[in-house]
Structures are given as C-alpha cells and as structure tokens.
Ligand binder design. Structure first.
Ligand SMILES: Nc1ncnc2c1ncn2[C@@H]1O[C@H](COP(=O)(O)OP(=O)(O)O)[C@@H](O)[C@H]1O
Ligand SMILES: [Mg+2]
Length: 236
C-alpha cells in the first residue's frame, strides 16, 4: 500500500499556504500554524508555532521550475543540496529537520524545508549587524574577511554563490558565520565561472548603495575579485 504523508501548512490567519508530500517520519498528516516572517516573490519564510523552527516555502517563479522538480534540479532541491555541499567544505548552515515537495497543481509552490531558527541561537543577520550603529569596525571587518575567505574557498571548488548579500549570512557576536539561502551553482567552464563571480561580487559591493561599506571593506571585496581571477590560473 502506498503511504503518502501529507503536510498542510497554514499561516497565522488559518489560511492554507500549501500542501506538501513530506518526508516527516513522525506524522501521517500534520497541520501546522505559523506566523509569517517574510513573504516575497521567490519564497515565504514562516516561524512554526510551538517549535519556533523556520519553515521556508520556495515558490515557482516560472512554470519550468516545477518541471525541474522531476530531475531534482529545482531551486528547492538546489538550496538543500547546496547546504550539504557547503557543510562538506566546512561551512556552517542551519540544521534541516524535514523537507517536502508541493502537491502538483494545488499552488505555485515548489516545496518547503524546516530548519533551525538561527535567531534563537543568538545569531543575527549580517545585514542587521552592519545596520546597527553600535557594531564595531573590527567586527564588521572580521565578517567581511570571513565572507571573502568563504566565497574564495567556494570558488576554489568551482562554486559561485550568485545571490550573495548580507541577508544570506548570519553572524554571532564574534563574527563566526552561518550561511543560509544556499542555492549555489557549480560552474565547470572557467570563463563562465569567472564572469559569474565578478558579476555577483560587484552586485554585492553595490547592493546597499555607495556609502554602506567602509573604504577598507570595499578594498577587501575588490581584492577578492582579483584573488579569484588569480586562482583561475591554478584551477583546471
Ligand atoms: N534559519 C533561519 N533562521 C533565522 N532566520 C532565517 C532563517 N532562514 C531565513 N531566515 C530569515 O528569512 C530571510 C529570508 O530567507 P532566505 O532563505 O534568504 O529567503 P529568500 O530566498 O527569499 O532570500 C532571511 O534573510 C532571514 O532574515
Ligand atoms: Mg535570501
């Protein structure tokens, strides 16, 4: 007998946000009520009642993205496998507790995953840390250096985090980082990889306007672009 487990996720108003085929081992059918943290075009991020875990629902921006679910290559699966890849390379990412794919045609969602809530571990989004006037220049510098080391280490492994900005990394009070939104891509062709890296680093540099980063921080990011291009000579 086929035993498909369905998870229905509802928001705080009790409206169904999505219905999913889940890999949750505990329950056959679960209804969870959650409060919305963020809802944008590509995703909805909710806080699960009782557990306070984070539920990220990834939406399809185009119909083709739903088809990509079939060969495990949708944005949902890329984020989950990207987290595993980052872990293998020594990066910290939130623990993922369960995941599921959307029941086709019932919504515009691709699926969801449930992960640890980093805010409860005392971490803050790096963007929040940078916007906080009380943050020391030393902590800012440490975060930027750790980000540059991280992005370069990914590049050494032919991976580019094309959507990188300070909203996709959390920091503790000492500047130790945990990476989220890990839909990273591996580029085997050197030229394409380098183009993607330069474009995404330049985008990150200008993401918050001209005056957001301090001069030494901008220099570190410009240095990062040069280091990656130098590295290319050694990567086959
Ligand atoms: N594990 C988490 N713990 C705490 N907050 C989170 C977590 N995951 C996401 N968030 C919050 O939700 C925001 C959006 O999540 P993200 O995965 O970056 O979605 P998107 O794909 O829409 O950018 C983050 O910037 C962060 O504020
Ligand atoms: Mg993000």
């Amino acid at each position: 007998m086929i035993n498909i487990k369905i998870k229905i996720i509802k928001n705080e108003e009790g409206n169904t946000v999505g219905q999913f085929i889940t890999n949750s081992k505990n329950h056959k059918s679960i209804i969870t009520c959650c409060s919305t943290l963020i809802s944008t075009k590509p995703s909805t991020v909710l806080i699960e009642n009782n557990t306070n875990n984070i539920i990220k629902i990834v939406k399809a921006r185009r119909s083709l993205e739903k088809i990509k679910l079939l060969w495990l290559h949708s944005r949902l699966q890329k984020e989950i496998s990207g987290a595993k890849t980052l872990n293998r390379l020594g990066f910290k990412t939130p623990r993922i507790f369960e995941q599921g794919i959307a029941i086709p045609f019932t919504s515009n969602n691709l699926g969801y995953y449930i992960m640890e809530n980093l805010t409860l571990t005392g971490m803050r989004e790096a963007e929040v840390v940078f916007l906080d006037k009380k943050t020391s220049p030393e902590l800012r510098q440490k975060i930027i250096i750790t980000i540059c080391d991280g992005l370069l280490e990914l590049y050494r492994n032919k991976i580019v985090f094309t959507d990188f900005h300070l909203g996709n990394v959390f920091s503790d009070i000492n500047g130790n980082l945990t990476w989220i939104d890990t839909g990273v891509t591996k580029y085997h062709i050197k030229k394409k990889r380098n183009q993607k890296f330069i474009k995404s680093t330049a985008r990150f540099l200008n993401y918050y306007g001209d005056t957001f980063f301090l001069e030494n921080e901008k220099d570190l990011l410009l240095e990062l672009i040069k280091s990656a291009s130098k590295l290319d000579k050694d990567i086959r």
